[in-house]
Design a protein around this ligand. Structure first.
Ligand code: FAD
Length: 452
């Protein structure tokens, strides 16, 4: 009997054999463990078959996977023909992890739309992992606890996200060293009772984690390799007030332009050796970026750039019938039209619309014109906003003359325009202590090219 547990569609014992045929509606279903199992699976496949024109298999239950499923339904695809294979469920918002750490409360992180999908009839296979893809026979291998199965698909959507990057530094295996990426990382940090923490990485994730740890009463030091904070989000003239706020108001010790050389301790970390000195540490948090979690498609032969899967404007990979989006894939920048790696939730959500249209057959034209970065982040009492490109990102995307023009500086509001090739390519805004109305629509009009 098919049962629903929580959000997931699970059988009482091992979920795989019984309900996958129902999910996929296709008789081509084999258990990887012998003939008897195969025949049983086939019988069930036929008896429980649900008719559906397209069988879309989505790997990954994060923003990319969930929003693709949602958009597929909006585009008219039968929910019973959609399967999400997720190694964790229900999905949660990573961007709310700092808040969860600050409050010490992990409830309320779930992505609400996940329940909508299950209610609509989308089949969720979890906990399970896709461990192999055969793009020629259009089959994947799904791994459950203790066994694997081969399952066919018509369209495969790979939204396997990223994996946190930790630089190869001696001592990273010590207890007390963590990333800041998953619920379990937050759980680990919540078990700390006072003491000191060193955060490595001064991007959005590192700064947010540092503030949350500080609010939990820890002494916090933050080390950043570059000479300014949030180097991938805003340019130095706007990150300077943030630096003053973090040191002055939040009481975080900042070491900018510094490098971690070694973690010290015996069994458990006790200190961090940097080129600015030795810092004591009961915990070390690495927030040093994300790399694409794309091995599945790399092994299947998909085109990529440094591991990020190459896609067209509809999220199509170089493999027929296979799409990729989110932190495992490249995306197109709106302003320069260039492919870039931006592991951010709004990029995954943007591509989910285009992937869904392509699969549903409602696509026309060349797909997405590209993503306009839109970042809005609360960091304690500071607000950081960016629309379009920073000067540093613009330069990395080929706009070599990109420069920052500060247009407001005072009353706890700092605002800048980013200019390149004689036009505005972005805005940055930092406020401390109060909200600031952001005229996004006006800004967007100036970024978008005039209609012909
Ligand atoms: C602390 C933090 C704060 C952030 N804040 C922001 C923010 O403010 N704004 C913003 O835009 N972005 C933010 N991000 C980035 C954002 O969370 C990611 O860009 C987004 O989650 C990417 O979505 P995704 O679907 O590609 O990957 P994920 O959300 O990572 O989902 C991928 C899922 O696939 C699963 N999976 C992987 N491999 C398999 C497999 N083989 N089989 C089955 N399942 C698999 C993974 O376990 C994971 O659950 C933040 C990230 C962090 C860590």
């Amino acid at each position: 009997m098919l049962v629903k547990r929580g959000y997931g569609t699970l059988r009482d014992n091992i979920p795989a054999l019984n309900f996958l045929p129902r999910i996929l509606g296709k008789p081509k279903h084999r258990e990887a463990k012998g003939r008897e199992g195969r025949e049983e699976g086939l019988r069930e496949a036929i008896s429980e078959r649900v008719e559906s024109t397209t069988h879309v298999l989505i790997v990954g239950g994060g923003i990319g996977g969930i929003y693709t499923a949602l958009n597929l339904i909006r585009e008219g695809v039968n929910p019973h023909g959609i399967t999400v294979v997720a190694d964790e469920w229900p999905p949660y918002s990573r961007h709310r992890l700092p808040e969860a750490l600050k409050c010490g409360y992990l409830g309320g992180l779930e992505l609400g739309v996940a329940k909508e999908l299950v209610d609509a009839g989308v089949n969720v296979v979890s906990p399970a992992r896709v461990v192999g893809v055969d793009p020629v026979s259009r089959e994947v291998i799904i791994q459950y606890v203790g066994k694997g199965e081969e399952v066919s698909y018509d369209c495969l959507v790979v939204a396997t996200g990223g994996k946190p990057f930790i630089p190869p530094i001696p001592g990273i295996g010590l207890r007390g060293v963590t990333t800041f990426y998953r619920l379990n990382d937050v759980r680990r940090l919540l078990s700390l009772r006072g003491g000191s923490a060193v955060v490595v990485g001064g991007g959005l994730v590192g700064v947010a984690a540092a503030i949350s740890l500080r609010r939990r009463g820890l002494r916090v030091a933050l080390i950043e390799l570059k000479r300014s904070l949030l180097p991938q989000v805003i340019d130095p003239p706007l990150s300077e007030p943030l630096r003053k706020y973090l040191t002055g108001v939040e009481g975080i010790k900042l070491f900018l332009g510094s490098r971690v050389k070694k973690l010290l301790g015996s069994g458990r970390v006790t200190a961090v050796l940097t080129d600015s000195g030795t810092l004591s540490a009961d915990a070390v948090v690495f927030a040093t970026g994300v790399r694409p979690n794309s091995e599945l498609l790399l092994r299947a032969g998909a085109s990529n750039v440094r591991g990020a899967i190459t896609v067209d404007g509809w999220g199509r990979t170089s493999l027929a019938g296979v799409y990729a989006l989110g932190d495992c894939a490249l995306s197109k920048d709106y302003i320069t039209g260039r492919a870039t790696y931006r592991p951010l939730g709004f990029v995954a959500a943007h591509y989910a619309k285009y992937v869904a249209k392509a699969i549903a057959g409602t696509a026309s034209g060349e797909g997405t014109p590209g993503v306009i970065p839109t970042i809005y982040e609360r960091l304690g009492e500071a607000r950081v906003y960016r629309l379009g490109l920073s000067a540093s990102e613009a330069r990395s995307l080929g706009l070599s003359d990109a420069e920052v023009e500060v247009i407001k500086s005072g009353d706890n509001v700092w605002e800048a325009r980013i200019l390149a090739k004689g036009r505005i390519v972005g805005w940055e805004l930092v406020t401390i202590g109060h909200e600031h109305v952001i005229p996004t629509a006006t800004y967007l009009k100036q970024l978008l090219p005039p209609k012909p």
